[in-house]
Design a protein around this ligand. Structure first.
Ligand SMILES: C[S@@+](CC[C@H](N)C(=O)[O-])C[C@H]1O[C@@H](n2cnc3c(N)ncnc32)[C@H](O)[C@@H]1O
Length: 233
């Protein structure tokens, strides 16, 4: 789909925080550690998906590669996909340092990655899907669905909004992250809502079911942070 349409959304053009710069990549892990436990998240994702040693999975928006490296140690193959070459380089260096050799890195995204191997058991994406506007989220989910085995699973975690009290919930979320990570994290979080494309859970529910998924479980924490586990129909 890289050369599909002249009007195709350019997913390589960063919106909001610019993850294409080495400076942003260099501070990513430490700044996210202020409000996330990457190791615990990775463990929970693999448990939720029931990942076994023979499983293969795609991680879209793999970022600095923390999850990919964790998963690579515990499954057969990880396809780590990201539109930022700086992120890919950083993640590949992290994998090499950890001695994890079963990760394939792809400089591509939800709309452009071509999966040429057999369909995978699972697709994981954390804090990346909000980079696409809603129409393109729908196209991306159809593509993700086609890369999964029948019965394969999608784990999607991101900023996803409940409609009730959305503005109050966002304000509380910005305050919570500012308390955890200071002014830098406040700027990051505010920029997220100002410039990026987080959407309502009811929009995402519709996009997922229309793309051929059954929502197996769904949780929205603080009305703002969503975790979906979906099964390919
Ligand atoms: C906030 S980081 C999340 C990284 C990692 N998944 C995590 O949970 O820490 C967002 C990542 O998504 C990537 N990204 C942005 N748009 C994308 C797209 N359309 N397809 C794939 N990756 C994308 C960015 O380059 C960045 O590395």
């Amino acid at each position: 789909m890289k050369h599909g349409f002249s009007w195709q959304y350019d997913e390589f053009k960063q919106v909001g925080t610019d993850y294409s710069t080495k400076a942003e990549v260099a501070i990513y892990d430490s700044s996210h550690a202020d409000f996330r436990d990457a190791e615990a998240e990775s463990r929970n994702i693999l448990a939720a998906l029931g990942i076994t040693a023979d499983a293969r999975l795609i991680d879209f928006g793999s970022g600095t590669g923390t999850f990919a490296v964790y998963a690579g140690r515990r499954c057969a193959r990880v396809y780590a996909v990201d539109v930022s070459q700086a992120m890919i380089d950083h993640a590949a260096a992290k994998a090499a340092k950890a001695g994890v050799a079963n990760i394939e890195f792809h400089h591509a995204g939800f709309l452009t990655y071509e999966h040429n191997d057999p369909p995978v058991d699972s697709v994981v994406t954390t804090f990346a899907f909000h980079h696409l506007p809603d129409f393109w989220k729908g196209i991306a989910l159809q593509r993700v669905n086609s890369m999964l085995k029948p019965g394969g699973r999608l784990y999607l975690h991101d900023v996803i909004l409940e409609e009730t009290n959305a503005l109050a919930n966002i304000t509380a979320f910005v305050d919570k992250l500012t308390a955890a990570g200071g002014e830098r994290l406040r700027e990051d979080t505010e920029r997220h809502f100002r410039e990026e494309y987080s959407t309502y859970d009811w929009v995402l529910d519709g996009l997922l079911s229309r793309a051929g998924f059954t929502i197996t479980s769904k949780q929205i924490d603080d009305g703002v942070l969503g975790t979906y586990i979906c099964t390919k129909n």
